[in-house]
Design a protein around this ligand. Structure first.
Ligand SMILES: N[C@@H](CCC(=O)N[C@@H](CS)C(=O)NCC(=O)O)C(=O)O
Length: 216
């Protein structure tokens, strides 16, 4: 049985969302978003860094959300509806956005770490300001990249929108999308997708906020 390990509010939402876009069946294993829940010997035996997502698909185990995205597409999207194979005119753009997703995710993760997991007395305003600025810059790059199109690829929605879209979803909670009208329109199109809504039901940011007092 295919299994996806995840935490509410975490990058694993990308994989949950993509699994739904691909209409693949899977068991969702929801772990608490805490060291205690993620560093158990049982979970470390599956995912040695104790992070999420982690996909177990038969004899394949993968622990990077970008790799999970590419693997799921190459294995289950043979028609190329959600990915662009080598040689396709949009291959390089597809790869670029897949990896850009991690660049932008790092800033959101740093802010979540500071604002959610670090005790108020230990927070660094320098880190918060710097990461917020760097996240905003990455959002501005998306604003430009989306000019004149509905999704990241000119041809339409693809798996890289699940990868990047998760970070837009998180950034909207952390910073808002004021002054980014193109990005706000993009987010509305993503949020209207049934697979996004199913993923959100299973991996809500709200659950993370409720679980951790002081989320700002
Ligand atoms: N590059 C990895 C990052 C995985 C990652 O750091 N996930 C976070 C959740 S967004 C996590 O598990 N954090 C728990 C921890 O760092 O202990 C990926 O994209 O899958």
């Amino acid at each position: 049985m295919r299994k996806l390990y995840h935490c509410a509010g975490a990058r694993s939402m990308r994989s949950v969302w993509l699994l739904h876009e691909l209409s693949l069946e899977f068991e969702l294993v929801t772990l608490g978003f805490s060291m205690a829940a993620l560093r158990t010997p049982e979970y470390l035996a599956i995912s040695p860094l104790g992070r999420v997502p982690c996909l177990v698909d038969g004899d394949v185990t993968l622990i990077e959300s970008g790799a999970i995205c590419q693997y799921l597409c190459e294995r289950y999207d043979s028609a190329g509806a959600l990915h662009r194979a080598p040689g396709h005119a949009e291959r390089n753009a597809w790869l670029q956005w897949l990896h850009f997703a991690e660049t932008i995710a790092v800033h959101g993760a740093s802010l979540v770490q500071q604002q959610v997991f670090v005790a108020p007395a230990d927070r660094s305003m320098v880190v918060i300001k710097l990461e917020a600025r760097r996240l905003r810059k990455a959002l501005e790059v998306l604003e430009q990249g989306l000019e004149g199109r509905d999704f990241l690829l000119a041809s339409g929605f693809s798996a890289v929108d699940t990868a990047v879209g998760y970070s837009v979803h998180l950034a909207r909670e952390l910073l808002g999308l004021d002054g980014l009208p193109t990005l706000a329109g993009y987010y509305a199109r993503l949020a209207a997708r049934p697979a996004f809504q199913r993923a959100l039901d299973q991996a809500p940011l709200k659950a993370m906020k409720d679980a951790v007092p002081g989320f700002a």
